[in-house]
Design a binder for this molecule. Structure first.
Ligand code: MRU
Length: 352
């Protein structure tokens, strides 16, 4: 399996996702400020993977603090947390993982050296748990995918694969499980302008596993649906509000509207750590705006004349009413059931 974030030789090894699919290389991260830079520049990206990377970043930061005084240690660790939190605003997994690391630090009894050890153990646990979570999401996905035809064509947007998690993937986790069970014909991958995570990363992951994949430009999705080429849409999430409104890569919202217009089920696959119960609805989700260069420049080539303005939101929010079900590690739920304590998991029949 593909693991984008690995702890080895006393440092963190990250697959450099900015170089795929042309180069499969790793970057070694030894310091917390380098980890913050790696998250910001998207060497590591995807909500759960950012969370895992930030957890290790917290440990690296803890390791840099030279004091035996617990109070001073915790104060300086808060600064590391602040730096890591400032990297990307939308994916809540980043904040979730940092909070879990801070909780470990505050609740650990013992010397500073012992707290540091506990922090490494927590980062390792976050990494390992996410792989299991993704496998569970993948398998729960099988219970809600349309039961006909026998072999499905699934459209996905951006990359919610192994690269975007600790391994296996969320949306691509569902795809992987469907492939394993003989329920998948092929994947349609939106290229996902402007960073092209679909064309570069999702397509690369599918090729690695021998999963048939067709890359389309984002503007082709509705046409493919109309032609009957798509049986279901499965996407990941960066933050899900309590009512089920879901922030994911820019363009997801348009795909959801197109899916509803063509009566195609639209699924969000995400771990519970992506649900932000503090936000009542999606209007409160902070949307990252990135450098306009991502829109107007490809390599050395300028795509637009000078003198034009740009707007580059990296995420959009899909309203809960467009989402057939949210597939989590605990089962699949209609969005409105997320916030209740005892939601009843759905079955294939109910999502058709
Ligand atoms: O900007 P990115 O590449 O970090 O955005 C990634 C996405 O939007 C993914 O769909 C999302 O994080 C889910 S990853 C399992």
């Amino acid at each position: 399996m593909l693991y984008p974030v690995i702890w080895q030789n006393d440092s963190v090894s990250l697959i450099d996702q900015t170089r795929l699919p042309n180069e499969y290389t790793f970057v070694q991260i030894h310091r917390s400020d380098d980890m913050a830079r790696a998250i910001k520049t998207m060497i590591v990206r995807g909500a759960p993977a950012i969370g895992v990377a930030a957890a290790y970043g917290m440990y690296l930061g803890a390791r840099e603090i030279e004091t035996e005084n617990q109070h001073e240690f915790l104060e300086r660790l808060e600064k590391v947390a602040e730096l890591l939190r400032s990297t990307r605003p939308t994916a809540v997994n980043l904040f979730w993982a940092i909070s879990r690391m801070m909780k470990t630090a505050y609740e650990s009894l013992g010397t500073v050296a012992e707290i540091k050890q506990k922090l490494l153990q927590t980062a390792e646990a976050i990494n390992a748990e996410d792989v299991q979570t993704c496998q569970a999401i993948g398998d729960h996905g099988l219970t809600v995918l349309p039961s006909t035809p026998e072999k499905l064509t699934i459209l996905t947007h951006c990359n919610a694969g192994a690269l975007a998690t600790a391994g296996y993937g969320t949306a691509l986790g569902v795809v992987r499980s469907a492939w394993r069970e003989g329920r998948l014909e092929r994947v349609f991958a939106d290229e996902t302008r402007p960073r092209l995570q679909g064309a570069k990363l999702t397509a690369w992951e599918c090729v690695q596993e021998g999963i048939p994949v067709t890359v389309i430009t984002d503007s082709m999705a509705a046409h493919c649906m109309k032609q009957g080429l798509i049986h279901a849409v499965v996407v990941g999430a960066d933050r899900i509000a309590a009512n089920g409104d879901t922030a994911n890569k820019i363009g997801t919202y348009s795909v959801a509207i197109a899916a509803q217009a063509h009566h195609i089920p639209f699924f969000v696959a995400a771990p519970f750590s992506t649900v932000d119960f503090a936000l009542a609805d999606g209007s409160q989700i902070p949307i990252e705006e990135r450098n306009p260069e991502e829109i107007y420049q490809v390599g050395e080539t300028m795509l637009t004349p000078s003198g034009v303005d740009f707007y580059n939101p990296a995420f959009d929010v899909t309203p809960a009413e467009l989402i057939t079900a949210i597939i989590t590690e605990n089962g699949a739920f209609v969005p409105g059931d997320l916030a209740t304590s005892q939601p009843q998991p759905l079955s294939n029949a109910e999502t058709r």
